[in-house]
Design a protein around this ligand. Structure first.
Ligand SMILES: *[C@@H]1O[C@H](CO)[C@@H](O)[C@H](O)[C@H]1NC(C)=O
Length: 341
């Protein structure tokens, strides 16, 4: 799978998020094309539609919810994929209690593959769980967009050319089915999940589905890669495959360790003026990244990165990380799908 991105979407996103702060190098970065597709060429008509769809469905890059400041415990849960029973099991296992100040954060891919995406989202809303959007969730949102815009579905027949479209728009029957059967309030919850969510500053931690491009500060990440990255290639480009290059987390940990870890990300020295990074910005306060997405590598706990996709939907475990304390809790899962994608 090759993920691609359009400069327009990136410029739009950065422009809206960091309007108060001129980011050096934005121009050249935004112009850098990384648009590759599987399959043959599509017409210019499809290109324009693809760009429109991508821009329309992008999640917010990050949020740092104010209500987090009053929470006592954060319970970060890996990829659930519709395994509603196991989601219940793990909430019991960690003694979840909203009254006692527990906050659940879902690390993405709450939907698709397993038996009951709607039930998982209902439970998530009931317990006021925070969430980030995963690559499968993103395809469900894309499917919903296409269902809402039948002209796009019909005129360009996006579904039938799915294999030629960039990831996120490669909507297949299973995501379409999930979208078609999803109540509007569940879909609204899913759509509102940002690409990253930040814990209160003292935890120095953010949750996202797949990871980051280690060479870029968090505020300059591309939300599509945040939902899809696994590796960094020799040429420095991100990849959603894990066969070539090196795991993003390996480079990230090297970078953090080399820089003294808790000093934060200093890959970007200035923000418009000397020493001018906004105080308390995501770049400054995050060291630890908690993520899912990589069931192939499974549980992956390193110093600064905490990979929680232990393959629940494939009959392995559902994992949760509890903060403060970095305690790991797991529950066994039924096998709902045989093949790790
Ligand atoms: C949940 O509560 C039980 C019983 O009080 C306790 O043994 C267990 O350690 C608790 N689990 C967590 C993750 O705090």
């Amino acid at each position: 799978m090759v993920l691609s991105s359009l400069p327009g979407a990136k410029a739009l996103l950065l422009g809206s998020l960091w309007a108060f702060c001129v980011l050096p190098g934005l121009g050249s970065d935004a112009r850098r094309m990384r648009f590759t597709r599987r399959g043959g060429d599509l017409s210019g008509g499809i290109d324009a539609v693809v760009q429109k769809v991508r821009e329309s469905i992008l999640p917010e890059l990050y949020t740092a919810p104010k209500e987090f400041n009053s929470k006592k415990r954060f319970i970060i849960v890996g990829d659930i994929h519709g395994a509603a029973k196991e989601f219940d099991d793990i909430l019991k296992q960690v003694n979840f209690s909203a009254e006692n100040g527990d906050q659940v954060i879902l690390a993405g891919d709450m939907t698709v593959k397993g038996p009951d995406s709607n039930e998982v989202l209902k439970k998530a809303m009931e317990i006021k769980a925070a969430c980030v959007r995963g690559n499968q969730d993103h395809r469900v949102v894309a499917a919903q967009y296409m269902l809402d815009n039948p002209d796009i579905l019909q005129e360009f027949d996006l579904l039938s050319v799915g294999a030629k479209l960039p990831d996120g728009l490669q909507v297949k029957a299973k995501q379409l089915e999930v979208a078609q059967n999803m109540p509007a309030e569940d879909m609204a919850y899913l759509k509102a999940c940002p690409a990253m969510v930040q814990l209160p500053a003292k935890y120095r931690m953010a949750v996202m589905h797949a990871g980051v491009e280690p060479s870029k500060p968090l505020s300059k990440q591309d939300p599509e890669w945040v939902m899809n990255i696994r590796n960094v290639l020799d040429n420095g480009e991100p990849s959603s495959e894990k066969d070539d290059g090196v795991g993003w987390f390996t480079l990230y940990n090297e970078l953090k360790a080399g820089k003294g870890g808790n000093k934060g990300d200093s890959t970007e020295k200035t923000c418009g003026k000397p020493g001018g990074k906004p105080s308390g910005s995501l770049d400054q306060v995050v060291d630890h990244i908690v993520y899912g997405h990589d069931a192939g590598r499974g549980l992956n706990q390193l110093e600064f990165t905490h990979g929680l996709d232990s393959g629940c939907v494939y009959g392995r475990q559902l994992s949760a990380l509890i903060m403060p304390g970095f305690e790991l809790v797991q529950v066994p899962c039924k096998m709902y799908e045989e093949k790790v994608e």
